[in-house]
Design a protein around this ligand. Structure first.
Ligand code: G3I
Length: 395
């Protein structure tokens, strides 16, 4: 179906929907079930819709009806986080998840399934099964996988935390893990030979402010452990894109400078690295727009790929809301647009993409207690105006 006929179809449907809504409103017709087989068709919702999910404190969500998918608007990959459980489940909820996933996105990151705590089950023992499920789904749906994350101090399996071998033995375990993981996930390719797993966060959050974090890896492998991990990954895969990933690169200038110094030193010392992930867990009012632009530009100036790897926008950081207000929803819309517009300034050849860290507000790592609404879709999978802001910023 070409765009014009698609637009005509949508126009007819919009008209039909308004007529139906009018007839329904005057009681001339009751809608007992109206579905469409066109997966791109979405309900017309441009009024504040009450959330019928009572355990969400009757929060009001303010939504809209998108006309294009995010991946069609963006000049670069747009990503979403997933889990093997969500992808393999055929529940109504997860079917809705997958419908939006394949409609709006062309890149996926495992929220937790490809982390060390889930895959490194014992010494020289690995469980790739969840990651394999995600890769299989991505291959079937022609979506890129970004591997997250080979080393992260918050995802160390208990047995490794308690490992009582020597530092040398510890380092050998890590070297073998990295080489086995990168090799394993390099195997699946699309028909054209392109690997499904395009990239890895090799090390996540090695800095604590401006200093190297005193993590188990730092303690047992020394301050050059980050470089070692990138070298080991490159030894087994010459093509996969290797990223360093961290939070508050926009927001903490001293931390940003330490990251930039590290990656510049890698370049001068011949340590293989391809990109930097700015997680971008931001607030509707922090950091400043100027700081966000400065940070993205500073990372782009390293010449490496730039990934906004975990974007979400908190709107209740100061706990001043009992429900999402229209005003704050619109501030969130503006913030998502600003971030996407800032990313547009990255040279095209360095635009690795933007990944959103969760689908519905309730799916977010920030949702605890239900008084945070950081994402693009509400708890009914409706499109929040935040989605509109992000879409505007992609155009
Ligand atoms: O799977 C277990 C379940 O069996 C158990 O019953 C339950 C209760 O203990 O825990 C479940 O595991 C949780 C896991 O998410 C899966 O839901 C872990 O406790 C919980 O700590 C883990 O949180 C994740 C967090 O990273 C720590 O790994 C979040 O979902 C995830 O969004 C968050 O993402 C991180 C990025 O990877 C790195 N950047 C920061 C970002 C936010 O912390």
């Amino acid at each position: 179906m070409n765009k014009l006929s698609m637009m005509q179809t949508k126009l007819l449907r919009i008209t039909f929907s308004y007529v139906l809504t009018f007839l329904f409103s005057i009681g001339l017709v009751s809608i007992v079930g109206c579905s469409s087989d066109d997966s791109s068709w979405r309900p017309i919702i441009d009024e504040p819709s009450g959330d019928d999910d009572d355990d969400d404190n009757g929060e009001l969500n303010f939504t809209y009806n998108p006309q294009s998918s995010l991946k069609d608007l963006a000049a670069y990959p747009v990503g979403m986080i997933v889990s093997a459980a969500k992808l393999s489940s055929s529940s109504d909820e997860n079917e809705s998840f997958k419908s939006i996933l394949t409609d709006d996105y062309n890149s996926i990151t495992a929220e937790n399934d490809m982390k060390m705590a889930n895959m490194f089950t014992a010494a020289d023992t690995y469980d790739w099964s969840d990651g394999d499920e995600i890769v299989a789904y991505a291959k079937e749906n022609n979506m890129r996988v970004h591997g997250h994350a080979l080393l992260w101090h918050q995802s160390i399996p208990g047995w490794l935390n308690n490992f009582d071998g020597s530092d040398e033995e510890f380092e050998t375990l890590i070297e073998n893990y990295i080489k086995e993981a990168v090799s394993h996930f390099a195997q699946e390719t699309f028909e054209d030979g392109t690997p499904v797993v395009a990239s890895w966060d090799v090390v996540n959050e090695a800095f604590d402010g401006a200093q190297m974090r005193n993590s188990l890896f730092f303690q047992r492998m020394g301050e050059d452990y980050v470089a070692k991990c990138f070298q080991w990954a490159r030894e087994v895969d010459s093509d996969v894109k290797l990223f360093y990933n961290d939070y508050n690169i926009a927001g903490e200038g001293t931390k940003r400078n330490s990251v930039i110094n590290m990656v510049n030193n890698f370049a001068s010392e011949g340590i293989p690295i391809d990109g930097v992930g700015l997680q971008m867990h931001v607030n509707h009012d922090w950091p400043t727009t100027n700081e966000i632009n400065q940070a993205i530009t500073a990372i782009a100036n390293t010449g490496l790929l730039v990934h906004l790897s975990e974007l979400d926008v908190k709107v209740n950081f100061n706990d001043d809301l009992e429900e999402l207000t229209l005003e704050r929803a619109q501030e969130q819309e503006k913030r998502y647009q600003e971030v996407a517009e800032a990313y547009a300034n990255v040279p095209e050849e360095q635009q690795f993409g933007i990944t959103i860290w969760g689908m519905r507000d309730r799916d977010s790592w920030l949702y605890e207690g239900g008084l945070e609404w950081p994402l693009l879709y509400n708890n009914n999978f409706e499109y929040k105006v935040a989605h509109r802001g992000f879409a505007e910023g992609l155009e």
